[in-house]
Design a binder for this molecule. Structure first.
Ligand SMILES: [Fe+2]
Length: 195
């Protein structure tokens, strides 16, 4: 147990086919960020909340998420998303629809006296309405604390107010649903889940 992430049982969802999950994705893009070596993360809005509800076997949330996004991370081998803190999100519960078991999510603490860069200082922006407030660190500014490799059909709750990165070791797109909160702490949401 740590205060960065926790794997949670996936029994609150049906085991849908990949088509069932992809049906949830609308073409409307909420935001998109470039990582390094041509890695890119895209947050899509969902088609219809009714379609999402059909994928639930039982209720999980006591505190409802503020948003749900359909997320795709595209990138070749050895690309990734640099260490960063999510803007305006404190907690993300990710259900990995398609994940290689070799891509890694890593959590860090900053080394002493290290300040983050804003998004535009480091990477060319594609489309991101909140670009100036995304906080990015260089790998040399942070110390690794914990890591995990997600597999298909697994769920994790992430403390995205902590610095984290994604290192892609496969070229398979990483596809997941992201349930997001911003006004609650990681500990609060974790405790409130019906797991
Ligand atoms: Fe993030």
């Amino acid at each position: 147990m740590n205060n960065y992430f926790q794997k949670i049982p996936n029994d609150f969802l049906t085991t849908g086919s990949i088509e069932d999950w992809v049906n949830l994705k609308s073409d409307k893009i909420f935001s998109q960020y470039n990582g390094y070596s041509d890695c890119k993360i895209t947050y899509h809005e969902l088609t219809d909340i009714g379609n999402l509800k059909k994928m639930f076997k039982r209720s999980l949330f006591s505190i409802l998420p503020l948003n749900v996004r359909f997320v795709i991370v595209d990138g070749k081998e050895d690309s990734g998303l640099p260490p960063h803190i999510d803007h305006n999100i404190s907690v993300s519960l990710n259900y990995y629809i398609n994940a290689s078991n070799i891509d890694t999510t890593i959590f860090y603490e900053p080394k002493p006296n290290q300040a983050p860069y804003s998004y535009n200082d480091v990477f060319e922006n594609v489309y991101n309405p909140v670009k100036d407030q995304e906080k990015i660190y260089k790998f040399t500014q942070v110390d690794e604390i914990e890591r995990f490799n997600a597999v298909d059909d697994s769920a994790y709750i992430l403390n995205v107010s902590k610095i984290h990165s994604v290192i892609k070791k496969s070229s398979i797109p990483r596809i997941f649903l992201s349930f997001l909160w911003k006004d609650h702490s990681y500990e609060e949401i974790l405790k409130s889940l019906k797991i």
